[in-house]
Design a protein around this ligand. Sequence first.
Ligand code: 5GP
Ligand code: ZN
Length: 102
Amino acid sequence: MTDCVFCKILNKEIPSKIIYEDDVCFAINDINPKAKKHILVIPKEHIESLNEVQDLNLIKDLFSAIKKINKMENITAFKTHINTGKSAGQEVNHLHIHILAN
Ligand code: 5GP
Ligand code: ZN
Protein backbone atom coordinates (compact mmCIF):
# COMPACT_ATOMS: atom_id res chain seq x y z
CA MET A 1 0.00 0.00 0.00
CA THR A 2 1.46 3.35 -1.05
CA ASP A 3 0.49 5.56 1.85
CA CYS A 4 1.26 3.22 4.72
CA VAL A 5 4.19 3.84 7.05
CA PHE A 6 4.83 0.14 7.72
CA CYS A 7 4.72 -0.76 4.00
CA LYS A 8 7.15 2.11 3.40
CA ILE A 9 9.51 0.77 6.08
CA LEU A 10 9.34 -2.72 4.55
CA ASN A 11 10.04 -1.26 1.08
CA LYS A 12 12.92 0.85 2.50
CA GLU A 13 11.21 4.10 1.54
CA ILE A 14 11.42 5.12 5.20
CA PRO A 15 14.63 4.15 7.01
CA SER A 16 14.10 1.93 10.03
CA LYS A 17 16.20 -0.89 11.45
CA ILE A 18 14.45 -4.19 10.84
CA ILE A 19 15.42 -6.33 13.84
CA TYR A 20 13.72 -9.54 12.64
CA GLU A 21 12.38 -10.77 9.32
CA ASP A 22 10.93 -13.99 7.95
CA ASP A 23 8.67 -14.92 5.02
CA VAL A 24 5.53 -13.64 6.72
CA CYS A 25 6.51 -10.71 8.93
CA PHE A 26 9.14 -8.30 10.15
CA ALA A 27 9.81 -6.45 13.39
CA ILE A 28 11.03 -2.98 14.31
CA ASN A 29 11.55 -1.02 17.50
CA ASP A 30 8.69 1.39 18.14
CA ILE A 31 9.69 4.99 17.40
CA ASN A 32 7.89 6.15 20.55
CA PRO A 33 8.57 3.38 23.07
CA LYS A 34 6.12 2.92 25.91
CA ALA A 35 8.28 0.34 27.70
CA LYS A 36 12.03 -0.41 27.99
CA LYS A 37 11.64 -2.68 25.01
CA HIS A 38 8.78 -1.90 22.65
CA ILE A 39 8.79 -3.94 19.47
CA LEU A 40 6.25 -4.03 16.66
CA VAL A 41 5.67 -7.29 14.80
CA ILE A 42 4.16 -6.57 11.40
CA PRO A 43 2.90 -8.90 8.65
CA LYS A 44 4.51 -8.18 5.27
CA GLU A 45 1.09 -8.24 3.65
CA HIS A 46 -0.85 -4.99 4.08
CA ILE A 47 -3.84 -6.02 6.20
CA GLU A 48 -5.67 -3.07 7.74
CA SER A 49 -6.44 -4.62 11.12
CA LEU A 50 -7.30 -7.83 12.95
CA ASN A 51 -10.84 -7.42 11.59
CA GLU A 52 -9.56 -8.01 8.05
CA VAL A 53 -7.56 -11.17 8.80
CA GLN A 54 -8.95 -14.03 6.69
CA ASP A 55 -6.44 -16.80 7.34
CA LEU A 56 -5.93 -17.26 11.08
CA ASN A 57 -2.69 -19.13 10.37
CA LEU A 58 -1.24 -15.63 10.08
CA ILE A 59 -1.84 -15.07 13.79
CA LYS A 60 -0.05 -18.32 14.59
CA ASP A 61 2.87 -17.23 12.41
CA LEU A 62 3.04 -13.82 14.09
CA PHE A 63 3.10 -15.35 17.58
CA SER A 64 5.68 -17.87 16.45
CA ALA A 65 7.82 -14.90 15.34
CA ILE A 66 7.20 -13.20 18.70
CA LYS A 67 8.64 -16.23 20.49
CA LYS A 68 11.76 -16.08 18.30
CA ILE A 69 12.12 -12.30 18.72
CA ASN A 70 11.78 -12.58 22.50
CA LYS A 71 14.46 -15.26 22.61
CA MET A 72 16.73 -13.06 20.46
CA GLU A 73 16.08 -10.02 22.67
CA ASN A 74 16.27 -11.95 25.98
CA ILE A 75 12.70 -11.02 26.78
CA THR A 76 11.00 -13.44 29.17
CA ALA A 77 8.27 -11.23 30.69
CA PHE A 78 6.19 -9.18 28.32
CA LYS A 79 2.79 -7.94 27.23
CA THR A 80 1.38 -8.30 23.73
CA HIS A 81 -1.08 -5.74 22.52
CA ILE A 82 -3.16 -5.29 19.37
CA ASN A 83 -5.17 -2.11 18.86
CA THR A 84 -8.05 -2.59 16.43
CA GLY A 85 -9.92 0.46 15.19
CA LYS A 86 -9.30 4.17 15.67
CA SER A 87 -11.38 4.53 18.83
CA ALA A 88 -9.39 1.66 20.39
CA GLY A 89 -6.14 3.50 19.70
CA GLN A 90 -5.08 2.10 16.32
CA GLU A 91 -3.03 4.83 14.65
CA VAL A 92 -1.40 2.85 11.86
CA ASN A 93 -3.89 0.98 9.68
CA HIS A 94 -1.61 -1.97 9.01
CA LEU A 95 -2.00 -4.86 11.46
CA HIS A 96 0.77 -5.07 14.05
CA ILE A 97 1.35 -6.66 17.43
CA HIS A 98 3.09 -4.67 20.14
CA ILE A 99 5.59 -6.45 22.40
CA LEU A 100 6.12 -4.46 25.61
CA ALA A 101 8.76 -5.48 28.13
CA ASN A 102 10.25 -3.65 31.12
P1 5GP B 1 -1.08 1.64 17.09
O1 5GP B 1 -1.46 2.82 17.92
O2 5GP B 1 -1.54 1.77 15.65
O3 5GP B 1 -1.44 0.33 17.70
O4 5GP B 1 0.51 1.63 17.06
C1 5GP B 1 1.28 2.26 16.10
C2 5GP B 1 2.67 2.35 16.65
O5 5GP B 1 3.55 2.63 15.57
C3 5GP B 1 2.85 3.47 17.68
O6 5GP B 1 3.30 2.91 18.91
C4 5GP B 1 3.88 4.39 17.03
O7 5GP B 1 4.79 4.92 17.97
C5 5GP B 1 4.56 3.48 16.02
N1 5GP B 1 5.07 4.17 14.84
C6 5GP B 1 4.40 5.06 14.05
N2 5GP B 1 5.18 5.48 13.03
C7 5GP B 1 6.37 4.82 13.17
C8 5GP B 1 7.59 4.84 12.41
O8 5GP B 1 7.75 5.54 11.41
N3 5GP B 1 8.59 4.04 12.85
C9 5GP B 1 8.46 3.24 13.95
N4 5GP B 1 9.51 2.50 14.30
N5 5GP B 1 7.33 3.20 14.68
C10 5GP B 1 6.30 3.98 14.30
ZN1 ZN C 1 0.84 -1.30 5.01
